[in-house]
Design a protein around this ligand. Sequence first.
Ligand code: PLP
Length: 380
Amino acid sequence: MIYADYNATAPLRPEARDAMIAALEVGANPSSVHGPGRKARKILETARRQVASAISAIPQDLIFTSGGTEAIALAINGVVRQLEGKCTLLVSAIEHEAAAKNAGYSGAAVQSVYVTRTGEADLEDLSSRLANWDTDRHGTPVLVLMLANNETGVIQPVAQAAALVREAGGLAICDGVQGLGKMPVNVSLLGVDYLALSAHKAGGPQGAGALWLRSGAPLKAGLYGGGQERSLRSGTENLAGIAGFGAAAEASVADISNFTKLAQHRDRMEARLKAEGGVTVFGEEAPRLPNTSNFAYGGFRAETQVMAMDLAGIAVSSGSACSSGKVKRSLVLAAMGADDALAESAIRTSFGWRSKPEDFDRTADVWLKALHQRKTKETA
Ligand code: PLP
């Protein structure tokens, strides 16, 4: 089987599995003061150091959560709560639903920031919205921009966008879920105020994540209880999940040079697909994650392709898979100007730490065979 759906979830790294088993064996609460509790606390703080180090941050500024979605929700709602709604969320048109929907339900005003045809947030649009920003009317501008897009892999101009917002006296929230372990991430260089992370995209377990926040950045908790995580996220920490997160973050950053090399195989695969004619590769003109390729042949429906690939033992996803597994219209591709027929034909391949060069060749072989079969049927 070839697994080419790392942007959905990366297979668990062995380092993460080992750390999780060790943490499960401790079987104590990290808030307990006795010996086993202190052992659990040590595991928790080791993971905090590992994740913080992966983004060049200090451990004290990291809050563990149940995953990327909760980290994003905490950032967005926590800022809106602390600012008592006196803000406007500037949300890029290609955000993951975790950001787009939490922004929509936050109660604050929302403006959508356009993206260009290459799939990057449009800095001109952002800067024109921020020019002469009327704080009395719109409150603090709060940017919500992801680091790398889950569907296309396009890396966003986060540092430039965050600088624009900072100059306008605003704040920047970044969904870094697809960036961790796939590209270098340094919170100081990004210049954002909040960065959301998830373990399972970097080879850790599902159900663990973190929010990094700049020291002093405004944030009001949404979950009250035992006061864990600096009272910003109460609830006993998922120790095994977090231990796996720490180990995966460390291992994936140590392995980043191998991850970078995936681009050469991805590009070779894309060159073969494009040689067929009529194939669009979304986001190829922009900087992209090395592992991701989102492509379409107009009229060749994504479901058909995903099924044909699955039958041949290759796990890929449609350009935009939603949680129910159904294919729905991709807002990301629509925002990039793709028409419905093309967007409905898009599939996403995403490779990772266990992928081999031949996986890319086999993926191209199987996809081209499926396309040829479809073309033969059409002309029959
Ligand atoms: N943000 C992006 C860009 C994602 O790709 C995902 C997962 O699909 C999330 C957020 C949500 O993360 P989690 O699954 O950990 O809640």
